[in-house]
Design a protein around this ligand. Structure first.
Ligand code: SAH
Ligand code: SF4
Length: 383
């Protein structure tokens, strides 16, 4: 079987090269060609010895994901749908902002946690992505954007693992992928600009803090165990007390001095003044004195029919935010981006029954045209 070099962090690639009788600096060159230049064809790697290129051709490849479709939103957000086999698809979203470019990537096809307000959760779990499939999302997006924006320098400055799946339930594959993102010979992203978002898998939060501390976002969504049990079923396993203590421990190693709490605003469920007051109490109970400890990110719920839930009214979200802010908690309300292309949080659903037709179906619905891309596969773009 040929190895997919996107699966390897630099140390693993060095071992791989060593087995081919090559020194570490060759692995560094190869790694830079792949991640910094976006090369996938060994013949393009001009400063590698011809003998090494020939050796590599026999045993290795740089395996890109199969692109099914690309949607571009009016606000510049781009959503890509990738085929990961057996009827599964995953989504990757690029969100351009003035001072940064954020890529939201998936860690699993589906998700086993089953949060009530999440369409990925409703879809169930299909499988873990490999580290190569996680890295391939960044590899593709970065080099695609550089080419299309005609830029030589980096386009993606931030990565958030907030697409499909629970990253800490795919810990073994996520760690090498994070190492590639952070490596100066690859994407060189700052630890503060790579965020793992978790529904709260406490033991893995501890491991992450030791093995690869990056920025952490915790999906809180409720101030009490009774409510959180209902919204995020994982809470029954790791209740709020354990979760909050784990957050405190994480902060000892974290690259930032706060944790982001995500809170999806659900009309009449978790968005009342008393919930905000309970949150203030909760945070005060655990906050270590004198430290910036957490920030709240209120996410307007993106509705989907099977959830039976509704989004809070904008005034309700503002009133909720006001209570937190008045208590001294830094709080932002997330701008919904790309909702015209279903790229907003929790709208990522990649169950593709008929993979060959999906691009065309979406194109018809939205009156878009299909244009051929270099891979030879049809890609949907906006008119
Ligand atoms: N599994 C991880 C990361 C992926 S979900 C986690 O749960 O943190 C990324 C974020 O989107 C989470 O905060 C999640 O709660 C939120 N989210 C999921 N479904 C949503 C929806 N329908 N509307 C708004 N936010 C949603
Ligand atoms: Fe999974 Fe996160 Fe969705 Fe919950 S919110 S079901 S953990 S992807």
């Amino acid at each position: 079987m040929t190895a997919n070099l996107l699966d390897y962090d630099l140390d693993t690639l060095a071992l791989f090269c060593e087995r081919l009788g090559e020194k570490r600096f060759r692995a560094v060159q190869l790694f830079r060609w792949i991640h910094q230049k976006g090369a996938s064809n060994f013949d393009d790697m001009s400063d590698l010895a011809k003998s090494l290129r020939e050796k590599l051709k026999g045993v290795a490849q740089v395996k890109a994901l199969d692109l099914i479709s690309q949607h571009i939103s009016a606000d510049g957000t781009i959503k890509w749908l990738f085929d990961v086999g057996a009827g599964n698809a995953i989504e990757t979203v690029f969100i351009p902002e003035e001072d940064r470019g954020t890529l939201c990537i998936s860690s699993q096809a589906g998700c086993a946690i089953g949060c009530r307000f999440c369409s990925t959760g409703h879809q169930g779990f299909s499988r873990n992505l490999t580290s190569g499939e996680i890295v391939a999302q960044l590899w593709f997006a970065e080099h695609f954007l550089r080419k299309h924006l005609q830029r030589d320098e980096r386009v993606i400055s931030n990565v958030v693992m907030m697409g499909m799946g629970e990253p800490l339930q795919n810990y073994a594959e996520v760690i090498p992928a994070l190492r590639v993102m952070l490596d100066d010979h690859a994407y060189g992203l700052s630890r503060r600009r790579v965020t793992v978002s978790t529904s709260g898998i406490v033991p893995k939060m501890d491991l992450l803090s030791e093995q690869c501390p990056v920025a952490l976002a915790v999906s809180l969504h409720a101030p009490t165990d009774a409510l959180r049990d209902d919204l995020v079923p994982l809470n029954k396993k790791y209740p709020l007390d354990e979760l909050m203590q784990a957050c405190n421990r994480y902060l000892e190693h974290a690259p930032r001095d706060f944790i982001t709490f995500e809170y999806c605003m659900l009309n009449g469920v978790n968005d009342q003044a008393e919930h905000a007051q309970q949150l203030v109490q909760l945070v005060r109970r655990y906050a270590s004195a004198g430290r910036v400890w957490c920030k709240f990110n209120l996410i307007p719920f993106n509705p989907f029919p099977a959830s039976g839930l509704r989004c809070s009214a904008p005034q309700q979200v503002q009133a909720f935010a006001r209570i937190l802010i008045d208590a001294g908690i830094v709080t932002t309300v997330r701008k919904t981006r790309g909702d015209d292309i279903d790229a907003a949080c929790g709208q990522l659903a990649g169950d593709v029954k008929d993979r060959t037709r999906v691009g065309e179906r979406i194109a018809r619905q939205r009156n878009w045209t299909i244009t051929p891309v270099p891979t030879g596969k049809p890609v949907v773009t906006e008119n």
